[in-house]
Design a protein around this ligand. Structure first.
Ligand code: SF4
Length: 328
């Protein structure tokens, strides 16, 4: 069901005269790496190097590929327009094709009159047929344009749902096409609109209300646990598209202005083991928002987003809670 666009990749490799090619795939596609490498090698005669480190997004291009290869082929994500990239890097937007109409027919009784359509890059071309189907069934559809971090209309990232935010006032509900909960959760938290998920992997239609409520309760509890903290670790990721060092400096100043201690900790891969050596009552992540929202249970200490730190410091009310976003 995946289209890895190998004709396009071969043309790129040959046009660059590359003798060695680095292949980078996100976790969900890594099992295809060897087969892709075999086919590209047979067709171009270039050597293939598979980059085995975890990769979660276009924010996470390997900075080391040029030590091993002439070009980098990054599968699975659209480029982030606001981040400049070398012409020796090719982004391959791997499409995941399926028949969305049966899911739409099941969802139809729950679809409101004015809806916004959002999806991940795998399904962006599908938005046209989803819109046509819903409009032929009496609904009005809006597909928003995101900021400079977003390549396609209607596309969302876990850290950036500006394409949804742009049309939130025009819609009563969002429809998300794709799998997993993190992207529709981000849409729900940021737009405060109900979200209906059409999930081709689970073959189900589901709402996000219960999960959104549960996550909000968990986030409130994390802030409460950190409230009396004296020392905070501000985490900065050195991944090219997650690096918010200036924000970390600003947060550290604001923490210190309240008489508390703050350390800025820079690392590439952030995880519970990497944080073990550091004394802190709580950590604040300026890296991918998924770390705090999705992975909190893996961390023994509260792990807050910058927005949640503002709530803790009394600079923002809980009613004004927002999803942590990395804007372009
Ligand atoms: S920061 Fe996180 S959500 Fe944003 S593109 Fe990177 S991996 Fe995806």
């Amino acid at each position: 069901m995946y289209d890895f666009k190998l004709d396009q990749v071969c043309a790129f490799i040959l046009s660059k005269g590359a003798r060695t090619v680095a292949l980078q795939l996100p976790e969900g596609l890594k099992t295809h790496a060897q087969r892709i490498g075999d086919e590209l090698n047979a067709r171009t005669k270039a050597n293939m190097i598979i980059l085995g480190d975890p990769c979660y997004g276009a924010c996470d291009l390997s900075p080391h590929y040029s030590r091993y290869a002439d070009v980098l082929v990054h599968f699975g994500h659209a480029e982030i327009p606001s981040i400049s990239t070398s012409d020796r890097v090719l982004f391959v937007e791997v499409r995941f094709d399926f028949d969305v109409i049966p899911l739409l027919e099941r969802a139809l009784p729950m679809v409101m009159k004015n809806v916004g359509l959002v999806t991940t890059v795998q399904h962006v071309p599908m938005l046209t047929s989803v819109k046509a189907f819903l409009e032929s069934n009496g609904r009005s559809c809006h597909i928003g344009k995101g900021d400079g971090r977003i390549k396609h209309e209607g596309q969302v990232l876990g850290c950036n749902v500006t394409s949804a935010y742009a049309v939130r006032r025009d819609v009563e509900q969002f429809i998300f096409i794709g799998s997993g909960d993190f992207h529709p959760l981000a849409v729900s938290l940021e737009t405060k609109r109900p979200v209906l998920v059409l999930d081709p992997v689970m073959d189900e239609v589901r709402t996000m209300e219960q999960l959104t409520d549960r996550v909000l309760r968990q986030r409130y509890a994390a802030i409460a646990r950190a409230l009396d903290g004296k020392r905070f670790g501000i985490l900065v990721s050195s991944k090219s598209g997650q690096d918010r060092f200036a924000l970390a400096l600003d947060l550290a100043d604001r923490i210190r202005s309240k008489g508390k201690l703050a350390d800025i900790i820079v690392m590439d891969e952030i995880g519970p083991n990497q944080l073990m050596p550091f004394q802190a009552d709580a950590f604040v992540s300026t890296a991918c928002p998924r770390l705090a929202i999705d992975d909190q249970v893996r961390y023994p200490k509260p792990l807050l987003t910058p927005v949640e730190l503002e709530v803790l410091l009394g600079e923002r009310g809980w009613d004004d809670y927002r999803m942590d976003s990395i804007l372009g």
